[in-house]
Design a protein around this ligand. Structure first.
Ligand code: WTA
Length: 664
């Protein structure tokens, strides 16, 4: 853990409070704070009874479980372990039996505005056919399949089809580079990759299949027997006979029924890579039963989903939000949801509002970065302001992925929520599987910038560096004191790292360490997240490790040393600022600009465009202590453009600070 600096910062007093509208509360799944407290009390008094009840009521089990929670091998908790079920069955078949068969499951809107609607019956058939296709390739329960696809009906079908046959999927965001993709294919030991010829975003065609080819050609991917290609654009691609297949040909003669593979509740549903404190991304492994329970239940509790809602989560299936709140949660609830291929700014920055109008979306869930960029866009061009669209269908708004600043919250509330839609600011992580702390829209009075209180059954707390509880009003480390069903099960292939990262011995080995700092309000006990306390950045809601970017930079032949820190940014929340020492002389002027551009492109190639440093600064050296440790705290101050007021007497080379003030 680097430091707790930012958790000690004063959180600005926020006095505005917005109680839930009476009308909303009247019909909400959890109506009023008494109902919330009653659920919390139930969990406290009989933890296993509480979760057991919910798992029985919310999931369809092929074989019911007897054991709720097995804690015999802490922190490798096992939930509902002797129960058998199938995630795809719970998302699809269940809806064919309960009257939802002809209901629209997916409203897919392509980049160019073309709309395709898929009912539950149709989705079930597509998933079964593809599942049968995957089986015909010899893919069996326990195999890992990498999915590198655009936002599409087929992307959801691919995930559900893997779940149906018990194959564990690992979705890789379509913006990642060939190298990042290859690392994930190798680490997870994938037997197949599902991709598309190209993806279309903002009117542009971007390659996917050729990146898969490049990744496999990098080596160590011998386990990959097949690459299945969804034809999205018909663009030119290379085709390796015997390995590559078209998705439409694979499903052509497959039956539209596929008996689901019944798996243990603990069977890994998916592995999703995310960034941590080291250079190597970690494969977060999730279970089937516990994960699905929470994905479904949070749809009910947090989003208060009703049968006639039109739900829209704008995340990509490459991130955890797209797993829980596109591929699984909404379908498990039998909801109608929008899946969007494009970007919020194409053909103009009114795209989200025009889609809400067109599809009569009722629940809208997006990231603060998107909100902030759309605030800017509508300031610049009033024609794309939400007021120009009929978005009166909305009844609930959500925010996810990063802290939402009170100003953006207020704009969202006024202009999108029309001062009547509650906003659920949902705090959670790839590792938590679903929401952890969030207001309940029919119960919790809202405070801008606060994720308010933990959901019932989530024992969140704030502790000091020795694991002792801190009083409200004092910033510290966010922990969860009891295991919960949708928690990470392990880091794929590295159980030791799992233990060390999340359940460190210094905290007694039983507290889940979120990696975030937090503070609770003295009066309301509401939580506010103060930011990561490890070397993880959050840029536009995307998680990235500073070490990952540093390793990419030093892999460039020109670079001797690099240190990466985050710097506050009005739009993206945080921006990446890299301090670089070259092997040759420190460049200046045009030369520095040229090398900075070269290094940015290099990082895009090594990791993906999302990891490109916004700023690169060159020095003859980095600020180091006499023992050679880079003083990142000073770099953070420099990146912010602030004067250094800290003690620099332990610094080996104070003169270097002057050089590093200059951005390229
Ligand atoms: C941050 C995304 C403040 C936090 C679902 C966390 C948030 C990291 C919020 C996880 C929020 C997410 N308020 N911070 N509502 N939601 N974060 O794994 O730092 O991509 O640890 O999961 O995002 O990012 P991840």
């Amino acid at each position: 853990m680097s430091d707790l600096q930012n958790t000690q910062d004063d959180v600005k007093a926020e006095n505005r409070i917005f109680p839930p509208p009476a009308e909303f509360a009247a019909s909400a799944a959890i109506s009023g704070m008494d109902a919330y407290h009653a659920l919390c009390k139930e969990a406290e008094q009989d933890y296993e009874g509480f979760w057991g009840r919910l798992a029985k009521e919310n999931l369809t089990w092929h074989k019911p479980f007897e054991s709720v929670l097995n804690e015999s091998n802490v922190p490798f908790y096992r939930w509902f372990e002797d129960g058998l079920l199938n995630a795809s069955y719970n998302c699809l078949d269940v809806n064919l039996q309960n009257g939802n068969a002809e209901k629209v499951a997916l409203i897919f809107e392509a980049d160019d505005g073309t709309v395709t609607k898929v009912t539950y019956r149709e989705l079930h058939a597509k998933v079964c056919q593809f599942a049968n296709g995957l089986k015909s390739l010899g893919i069996v329960k326990g195999d890992r399949v990498v999915i590198y696809m655009p936002m599409s009906v087929e992307g959801v079908v691919a995930m559900q089809a893997c779940a149906r046959i018990g194959a564990t999927h690992s979705v890789v965001f379509g913006g990642f580079s060939a190298k990042s993709l290859q690392e994930r294919i190798v680490d997870v030991g994938a037997v197949a990759v599902i991709t598309a010829d190209e993806q279309v975003r903002g009117g542009k065609h971007l390659p996917l299949k050729s990146i898969v080819d490049e990744a496999i050609a990098m080596g160590d991917c011998e386990k990959v027997r097949n690459v299945v290609i969804y034809r999205r654009t018909g663009g030119q691609i290379g085709f390796t006979a015997g390995r590559d297949l078209w998705m439409h040909e694979l499903v052509a003669n497959q039956a539209a029924e596929c008996e689901p593979e019944w798996v243990d509740a603990e069977h890994p549903l998916f592995i999703l890579y995310t960034s941590g404190s080291t250079g190597k991304p970690k494969g977060v492994q999730h279970s089937t039963g516990g994960y699905l329970l929470w994905a479904k239940l949070t749809m009910k509790w947090t989003f208060d989903i009703k049968p006639d809602d039109v739900f829209w989560c704008t995340a990509d299936i490459g991130w955890v939000t797209g797993h829980s709140y596109i591929a699984y949660g909404p379908l498990a609830m039998g909801a109608t949801e929008i899946v969007f291929e494009g970007v919020p700014t194409y053909p103009n920055a009114g795209r989200f509002w025009s889609m809400i109008e067109k599809h009569k979306a009722t629940i809208f869930y997006t990231a603060p970065t998107a909100i902030r960029s759309l605030i800017k866009a509508s300031d610049a061009d009033p024609a794309v302001h939400p007021a120009k669209y009929d978005i009166s269908s909305l009844r609930l708004l959500g925010s996810v992925g990063e802290p939402i600043n009170p100003e953006a919250w207020m704009w969202y509330h006024r202009n999108v929520g029309q001062e009547r839609c509650p906003i659920v600011d949902t705090f959670w992580q790839t590792e938590t599987g679903g929401h952890m702390m969030t207001p309940l829209p029919g119960a919790t009075p809202l405070v801008p910038g606060s994720c308010t209180l933990p959901l019932p059954g989530i024992m969140a707390a704030i502790v000091d560096e020795t694991g002792n509880d801190l009083p409200n009003g004092q910033g510290g480390i966010l922990v969860v004191k009891r295991p919960w069903p949708s928690m990470i099960r392990t880091i794929w292939g590295d159980p030791e790292r799992f233990k060390k990262s999340y359940f460190p011995e210094e905290f007694g080995g039983k507290l889940y360490l979120a990696g975030d700092g937090a503070i609770r309000n003295k009066d309301t006990a509401y939580f506010t997240i103060t930011g990561r306390i490890d070397d993880v950045l959050n840029v536009s809601g995307h998680r990235m490790g500073t070490m990952e970017i540093e390793s990419a930079l030093v892999a460039n032949p020109l670079v001797a040393e690099a240190a990466v820190v985050g710097k506050p940014d009005d739009t993206t929340g945080e921006a990446i600022c890299a301090f670089v020492v070259l092997k040759g002389a420190r460049p200046t002027g045009d030369e520095a600009k040229k090398i900075a551009t070269e290094l940015r492109n290099w990082v895009a190639k090594e990791i993906g465009p999302i990891a490109k440093p916004k700023e690169i600064r060159f020095g003859d050296n980095l600020p180091k202590t006499r023992s050679g440790k880079i003083m990142r705290r000073l770099l953070r101050v420099l990146a912010k453009g602030e004067a250094i007021t800290q003690d620099v007497s332990t610094l080996e080379n104070p003169a270097i600070l002057e050089q590093l003030k200059q951005a390229q």
